[in-house]
Design a protein around this ligand. Structure first.
Ligand code: GLV
Ligand code: GLV
Length: 341
């Protein structure tokens, strides 16, 4: 919880009683905020840390629209308070922070930002895969620690990415974009998904296998599934055993898909060779997480969609969803179009 009870909020617009009120839970790029302000009286939470839930609840009481981030838990408690809420626009493709069913039951539309961050996120998965396989961060640390004395035959040996086997878990938009990158590296590409898509198999040259087979056969396993009850701890101790000591795990999806305690043990005991994470079970990762002591882990602070272009585009898409919802029009990107206001 934040210490201050007096939140820093900028209205940024003239008091205009005719405009609907909205709460924006963080300062998203101006491209989106400007669109929101044109049609709504916007309050923007401008702190670095997310607003406490009590603030969100207080604000939604007065609002017809909410623009939220994946760090905000938008559950029934928030929706009960937001009696006049018409739309919740999430500044993300993922929406596991929102109780969508509860929103649907209340006739509140929920929007997200799919598509625009597909390639940006696939780039990040690729960067983590390359960094883990070729020990980029360890190499950087080594040089800065002034340990580089000569060219050594066996210094920082890693794993070839080209011609290796890649296992993609979840062949949605992002999984497919990762497969396209893998084609350029002449990889054998396996995938597992709840639904098999033979058309995409042909066009991308990917092979469907059951999850256990994917884990056994892949050198690199990259996760691209949404977080659901079924995918929580999808990868744990048993799965690391199947992966084996020469394999790597890459996670740019959601932290809880991986059992992090099991990941720690697998990395510590060299049951797998390395991992690249952009997400963790608890975000931010706790200061005392043992993962932070491991050399065979590359970790980033959930920045897979963080390019200038993509974050601007996400802001305008989130604004478009919000504005449409306020005006009673269909959201350009709606995750619960069956909601009935
Ligand atoms: C980021 O993780 C997103 O879901 O957009
Ligand atoms: C996100 O764009 C996905 O993979 O569904």
């Amino acid at each position: 919880m934040l210490g201050s009870t007096q939140p820093t909020i900028h209205t940024g617009a003239d008091h205009d009683m005719s405009k609907p009120k909205v709460f924006v839970t963080r300062a998203i790029p101006e491209a989106g905020l400007a669109m929101v302000r044109e049609v709504a009286e916007a309050k923007v939470w401008s702190e670095q840390l997310p607003p406490p839930k009590s603030v969100i609840i207080e604000e939604v009481r007065k609002c017809e629209g909410l623009l939220s981030l994946l760090t905000d838990t938008i559950d029934t408690e928030v929706m009960e308070a937001g009696e006049n809420l018409k739309v919740i626009s999430n500044y993300a493709v993922g929406y596991n922070n929102i109780d969508v069913q509860a929103a649907t039951e209340r006739g509140i539309y929920v929007g997200n930002t799919p598509g625009v961050l597909t390639d940006t996120t696939a780039d990040m998965a690729w960067a983590l895969l390359m960094a883990a396989g070729r020990r980029i961060v360890e190499g950087d640390n080594y040089v800065r620690a002034l340990k580089w004395k000569t060219w050594e035959p066996q210094l920082l040996l890693g794993t070839d990415v080209c011609e290796a086997t890649l296992g993609i878990v979840g062949l949605g938009r992002i999984g497919q974009a990762v497969a396209r990158r893998a084609q350029g590296f002449d990889m054998r590409i396996l995938y597992y998904d709840m639904v098999r898509n033979e058309e995409i198999e042909k066009s991308l040259g990917v092979e469907f296998v059951q999850l256990d087979d994917l884990l056994r056969q892949s050198d690199f396993v990259s996760l691209h599934c949404p977080l659901t009850d079924e995918t929580t701890h999808l990868i744990g101790a048993r799965e690391f055993e199947l992966m084996g000591p020469e394999s790597y795990l890459i996670n740019t999806s959601r932290g809880p898909v991986v059992d992090e305690a099991a990941l720690y043990e697998a990395l510590r005991d060299n049951k797998i060779r390395g991992a690249g994470l952009d997400v963790t079970e608890v975000e931010p990762i706790p200061d005392d997480s043992p993962l932070l002591k491991l050399d065979n882990l590359v970790i980033c602070p959930h920045i897979a969609s963080a390019s200038f272009k993509t974050r601007n585009k996400m802001a305008t898409m989130a604004a478009e969803n919000l504005v449409a919802g306020l005006q009673g029009k269909p959201l350009p990107n709606c995750v619960n179009p069956d909601a009935v206001p």
